[in-house]
Design a protein around this ligand. Sequence first.
Ligand code: MIG
Length: 685
Amino acid sequence: MLAVDGGDFGAGCACKAAKKKRNICLRGNITMITRYRIGEPIDTEAILQKPEIHPGFDPAWTVIENEKTLVLRMDPDAVVYGLGETVRGINKRGWLYTSDNKDENYHDEGKHSLYASHNFFLVSSKRDTFGMFVDTPVIVSFDIGFTKRDIFSIRFDYFDADFYVLRGGSQKEIVREFRGLIGRSYIPPKCAFGYGQSRYSYMTAEEVRNVAEGYNRAGIPLDMIYLDIDYMERFKDFTTNEETFPDFPGFVNEMKEQGIHLIPIIDAGVKIEDGYDIYEEGKAGNYFVKKENGDDMTAAVWPGKVHLPDFLNDGAREWFGNKYDFLLSKGIDGFWNDMNEPAIFYTEEYLKEVFEKIEDFRGKELDVYSFFDFVGLVSAIENNPEYFTYFYHNYHGNKIRHDKVHNLYGYFMTRAAGEAFRRLSPDKRIFMFSRASYIGMHRYGGIWTGDNHSWWSHLLLNIQQLPGLNMCGFLYCGADMGGYSDDCTEDLLLRWAQVSLFTPLMRNHSRKGTRRQELYLWENSQDFRHVIELRYALLPYIYSEFMKAALRDEMYIEPLSFEYEEDARAREVDDQLLVGESIMIAPVYKQNASGRYVYLPETMKLIRFRSAEDYDEEELPAGDHYVSVKLNETAVFLRRGHVLPLIAPALRTAGLDHSTLHYICYDAEAESYELYDDDGISISS
Ligand code: MIG
């Protein structure tokens, strides 16, 4: 297990220092963990510490065997938290969520699943509070008051799962116990907490240089520039395009000398091409997923026809993981893994079928029905779920059809890399995050939340996804700041930056064909400079809080009610968050708003930052307030008795000078602050 070397606690303190304070044990109970089993589940390797299986089932639930369903009557006051990366609010009541990893690029509230399956949730009411993890690699649906308002039912395609029920203790304690079961969350290098600029795609080294220069000239801090699929030679994994990125190692080094890390993307599919080493080795080693008849399955994605590595196969995982060395050895120290749901544009067989069916329509008069049948034929090709029944894995020596382990694919891809990093880079942390995931992957990498849109509603979604992700162990996470698809506007990007500045992953990313989003391009680029400088100024706090959460199995971002559990109002707040122990945030996520209503569960100090140095403070009593927050202001609410450390901003995380550390204190008798710091790169296992 990852441990962090040279970590140093407690260096910091504030005002008139007093003793350190921790908020634990609201109810003082002990959390009991009970494991139940239905059917014969396939091991997902999500849980590291497995209690014995308890006979029967948790009494709160009714098991309806023939309908493959579990049923719970929820108390009217019950709030349901969790499920990680999903649509809708912090309280998951009132919708149907399906765990079915999918390349879903419209995250509207009518959707039931996104890229990830995070089957841990918490049902919390006055009478009963418990957590439950449904450990199954297959599709499972959580009907949380969707069909009937007070009925929570869990429906399975295959009725095989392990269930971990956690009872007793506060919401926080239940989550901590769960996190203990699944193992410590991934810890990236410190530079991963800097700001990163991405775009699909920077086409040449020259273009990347220009982006770096744009940032340097505008004086906006930056630690990373991302390389999307066009850095590769015809989208082949573990290649670089010699024409557009000549002397790749030299280029990596040139950027590194400026303190900028290049972060290339890796896709799941391996191009079929004679003479391409990855393809040939994969074929020879039997490392690709196979059709029923034993042939390698052919799908099509960006590179054209591809085979999919069988990441569930130990040998294939080791082989593919080792390939990351192609880039590591060129000085690369961070990656993002994409298309690993897996995304499949088409399969050969299905495409053939469609072409044949299209023939039936040729020359025919199309009425309304046949017209839509015709249109549907073609639109069903991309990411058709049927493809998942076409191929097989070799998992622990067993031939298993993909749909029976579907939700593990992205997890095991990232695990392939994570396991390889432990061999290839045993002393240094490597930066990595993935699109698809399952609980268990949180030990190997972070995640980003995929193809959102430049919509105000997706800024709110970003806020609302964070607590569930943290509960499920995905501490290192973030959304595409500014939105991926569609054109962004300056005000949306600014408001979004004011949220992303608190998420561990802060990355501006956007799609081909959309308006450019690099921060130095906007009319008021100084406003962006101020927000990014504030991010860097807050890094001692963000890093301390992240590391404490990771090392103690706690949450870095929480819903208000995790701290103010008895406060009924706090339980309804779903657009404000607690970030670490000291602060609450209440972002503005509406266009043309110069403020918003904020609920304060207790007296707090409002700090309005116009920049890292220019801010004012105002104490506000508990209750509701309309708080003005201008477009160029970031509002932070300091909790009573707490302290916020700050440092002088720098252009790179490596340039932060700890002698400039200072503190904003709530008042003179403020508590001390438990600062965590280390060299930001070392690990020991
Ligand atoms: O099918 O690599 O979510 O971030 O820019 C699209 C191109 C493939 C999807 C990722 C997005 C990335 C894009 N990828």
